[in-house]
Design a protein around this ligand. Structure first.
Ligand SMILES: NC(=O)c1ccc[n+]([C@@H]2O[C@H](COP(=O)([O-])OP(=O)(O)OC[C@H]3O[C@@H](n4cnc5c(N)ncnc54)[C@H](O)[C@@H]3O)[C@@H](O)[C@H]2O)c1
Length: 330
């Protein structure tokens, strides 16, 4: 249907998805059910896959709200409020993490300039792992202002954390205010110092409700949060529904200009001695992307954990640059 599509750069409710596998299709389905957007374009190297998903999703529209869904190409990103990038490859048996990073970085390097060229005013939302490193690389490759290139970061880890805390404390997860900072990965940091329910720190909440605050149990909840992806992948091979819902929440904040505070990955500059990496901190998300990072007070151990996480990410960024340099010379 390309001839019928208006490519003018003034479609606030167009959303593009690049990579319509498990995560991309789950997000697309959530978006169709939400009624948030009026146009959804699906782009994938596997064009038949994108076409099949577009057909299937279009057939859900009579049960939801009007939205035009089609399989397109990069030119169709023009005017999209957000382009969500979930294209990537999985680890091959025996493949090192570093080689996987290089392969996914090569994929992003091919995709991002095309998205930015078609849509220099849109927001790019990266999900492909390792998401913090690839968000940084995407920012560099895009030529866009860093506020317009966002990584989904720890939106998912934060949701897992709130979900597990809510089970433990017996309240709605939406009433648990707590987040995970740093890398979306093994070095991520739980921010206990500000975690609260109804404005009460967790220990206070326990006292007020006749419960015992058990720090070993809290550590176990964080370990289950951090390791959730391994547990899910061991059972069903991939994780996609929760991240799809998290992506929808970020896209909603952008399209509706909600100024929502979300733990997404963005460029950090001079925070607790950290600069020039992408990692997650609570950010104000608007129609222009990340308006600002909230410079909250961390406990000394949280600050140390965040710096360690930044070092892990900096090493991965440097390794990637070294691999790219070595590749360029051969
Ligand atoms: N950040 C998070 O919280 C989070 C959570 C879950 C998964 N992920 C990541 O999301 C990514 C996608 O996971 P998935 O389970 O959907 O994988 P998948 O294999 O199901 O889908 C990947 C899709 O990308 C497409 N693709 C690959 N190379 C492409 C290219 N050059 N151009 C366009 N399309 C291309 C493939 O054809 C496929 O349809 C992975 O990197 C995964 O680790 C991130």
């Amino acid at each position: 249907m390309p001839d019928t599509i208006d490519r003018s750069p003034s479609h606030p409710s167009r959303v593009a998805v690049v990579g319509v596998g498990n995560v991309g299709a789950s997000f697309a389905y959530a978006l169709v059910l939400s009624g948030l957007a009026s146009e959804l374009v699906l782009i994938d190297r596997d064009t038949r896959r994108a076409e099949g998903e577009a057909m299937d999703l279009a057939h859900a529209v009579p049960f939801t709200k009007p939205i035009r869904v089609w399989a397109g190409d990069y030119a169709d990103c023009a005017g999209a409020a957000v382009t969500v990038i979930t294209a990537g490859v999985a680890q091959r048996p025996g493949e090192s993490r570093r080689d996987l990073v290089s392969r996914n970085a090569a994929i992003m390097g091919a995709i991002v300039p095309q998205v930015a060229e078609a849509n220099p005013d849109g927001i790019i939302l990266v999900t492909t792992n390792p998401v913090d490193v690839l968000s940084y690389q995407s920012w560099k490759a895009s030529g866009l202002h860093p506020s317009r290139v966002i990584g989904s970061g720890t939106i998912l880890d934060t949701a897992r954390f709130r979900s597990l805390l809510s089970e433990h404390f017996g309240v709605d997860p939406r009433s648990v205010h707590a987040f995970i900072a740093g890398e979306h990965g093994d070095s991520e940091v739980p921010i206990w110092s500000s975690a609260n329910i109804a404005g009460m720190r967790l220990a206070e909440f326990c006292t007020a409700n006749g419960l015992t605050y058990d720090s070993a149990e809290m550590d176990a909840i964080f370990a289950r949060t951090r390791d959730a992806a391994y547990e899910i992948i061991a059972r069903k091979g991939a994780t996609y529904y929760a991240v799809g819902a998290g992506l929808l929440r970020i896209v909603e904040a952008i399209i509706r200009d909600q100024r929502t505070v979300l733990s997404v990955s963005s460029l950090v500059d001079d925070f607790y001695g950290i600069s020039d990496v992408y990692l997650s901190l609570p950010c104000v998300v608007t129609r222009d992307g990340v308006e600002r990072l909230l410079r909250l007070d961390l406990s000394p151990s949280e600050a140390a954990g965040l710096r360690r996480s930044a070092e892990v990410l900096r090493t991965m960024i440097d390794d990637l640059a070294a691999d790219a340099g070595a590749g360029a010379g051969t």
